[in-house]
Design a protein around this ligand. Structure first.
Ligand code: CTP
Length: 208
């Protein structure tokens, strides 16, 4: 199968030397890319900046900002049968990027942000993707209900959700415990290393 995977954080520039980002390490997305490649799939990994090595046998497209990730996905998704969105994409980005480094002045400062485009939410209706669509949801409360709502709203076949309020799993950790949320049911998998979990998830997604 031809598989597109997004991974890692995005970096939203404020001025030439500063940016907004998040705690995503990219581990889950990279583990999924490595597992899919090992299982014989052709994998394109579109990733924000991480400290990880590019998995063997995987095509790699580096991006920085949410809008670069949107463009990369929009230009590539039509060539793929399966898309897995594991990236932690910024929901907001600075309204404008200062051309020069911002100087300190008052005691307080405000940066105005604007919404970024929802890449996963655009896959079906805007990009016309008809393949299998898998999203992630990082929640701190009501995670099953929120994920089910996202699954239906964004036309996903599956949302993989984890509770990011727990410090032992998820963001920036090597282990994860996820719940698979389908349009009509859900199932929690036992806590495991992201590498083992990635293999198991790819096997489950192949069945979809
Ligand atoms: N996502 C995306 N583009 C964005 C934001 C998120 O493609 N601009 C994708 C992520 O890769 C993930 C899924 O959407 O697969 C869920 O992201 P999450 O931040 O948990 O949820 P949101 O849809 O942004 O909703 P909210 O912030 O309200 O929880």
């Amino acid at each position: 199968m031809k598989v597109l995977i997004t991974a890692g954080p995005t970096k939203e520039p404020i001025d030439p030397v500063r940016y907004l980002t998040n705690r995503s390490s990219g581990k889950m997305g990279y583990a999924l890319a490595a597992a899919a490649a090992k299982r014989g799939h052709s994998v394109l990994l579109i990733s924000g900046p991480t400290a990880l090595e590019i998995p063997e046998g995987v095509d790699y497209m580096p991006i920085e900002s949410a809008s670069e990730m949107y463009q990369a996905v929009a230009s590539q998704i039509g060539r793929h049968e399966l898309a897995i969105f594991a990236a932690a994409v910024a929901d907001y980005t600075p309204f404008k990027i200062a051309e020069q480094k911002l100087k300190k002045a008052d005691e307080e400062m405000t940066i105005t942000l604007k919404r970024t485009k929802d890449i996963l939410g655009s896959a079906r209706e805007v990009m016309g993707f008809e393949g299998t669509l898998v999203g992630f949801a990082a929640e701190t409360e009501d995670h099953l209900e929120n994920a089910r709502e996202k699954c239906l709203k964004k036309g996903c076949d599956l949302i993989i959700t984890n509770d990011v309020s727990r410090s032992d799993i998820g963001f920036d950790s090597s282990e994860n415990e996820v719940t698979l949320v389908y349009p009509d049911h859900s199932e929690t998998l036992p806590q495991d290393s992201k590498e083992h979990l990635a293999f198991h998830l790819i096997e489950i997604i192949e069945e979809l």
